[in-house]
Design a protein around this ligand. Structure first.
Ligand code: AMP
Length: 205
């Protein structure tokens, strides 16, 4: 059983890396952001979107409920990778009641690079693939290489929301790392995707 958490600022590449590692270890990649974006239309989705689009966190109670449901799925029996959860100390404490965490990977980048990367990020709504129009563009403009779906810019990838999300990361998410000190490895996120993936694999073997 390997339960792994990925922590890093927006644009650090944690989603990309979590996907790569999940495939290598054959365990699911669980992104709370993706779970929220995948909700079907209705009052719950409206409440969630109102927070997300302003760059605010979704209330803990709601987030934990959705996460708990997801990790009770049988595909998580052999382990899972959490991307975007926990985002604050309260969530980390609540997670203690749901699962035992074996490893935490932090991916570090500067705020300047985070803003540059998020500003040029485009993603696929269908398969979740993420591209960067400058450093990692799709083969065909605005079309997903993997599923040929049209790519889109996330509503929360606008300058005000990015600023707010980075502030929240430093104020609320980064302090969690102390709690996981004994199982934590930090990786420099300003390297090639494959190089980072190799380093992460080494730390999780
Ligand atoms: P992400 O895809 O990880 O960048 O998440 C997008 C947005 O979803 C965040 O800016 C939050 O509004 C919300 N979100 C994702 N994960 C969490 C979480 N663990 N707690 C609260 N809100 C979250």
């Amino acid at each position: 059983m390997t339960n792994i958490i990925f922590i890093g600022p927006q644009g650090s590449g944690k989603g990309t890396q979590a996907k790569i590692l999940a495939e290598k270890l054959n365990i699911p990649h669980i992104s709370t952001g993706d779970l929220f974006r995948g909700l079907t239309k209705g009052p719950l989705k409206e409440e969630v979107d109102a927070n997300i689009n302003q760059g605010k966190l979704v209330p803990d109670e709601l987030t934990v409920k959705i996460l708990k449901q997801r990790i009770s799925n049988p595909d998580c029996k052999k382990g899972f990778i959490l991307d975007g959860f926990p985002r604050n100390l309260d969530q980390a404490k609540l997670l203690d009641n749901i699962a035992k965490i074996d490893k935490v990977i932090e991916i570090n980048i500067s705020d300047k690079l985070a803003i540059e990367r998020i500003s040029s990020r485009i993603s696929c709504k269908k398969c979740g693939a993420v591209y960067n129009t400058i450093t990692n563009p799709p083969n065909k403009e605005n079309i997903c290489d993997q599923c040929q779906n049209e790519l889109y810019r996330r509503a929360d990838d606008n300058p005000e929301a990015i600023k707010k999300r980075l502030e929240t990361y430093h104020k609320e998410t980064k302090p969690i790392l102390k709690k996981y000190q004994s199982i934590l490895d930090s990786i420099d996120g300003n390297q090639e995707i494959n190089k980072i993936a190799e380093q992460i694999l080494e730390k999780t073997r």
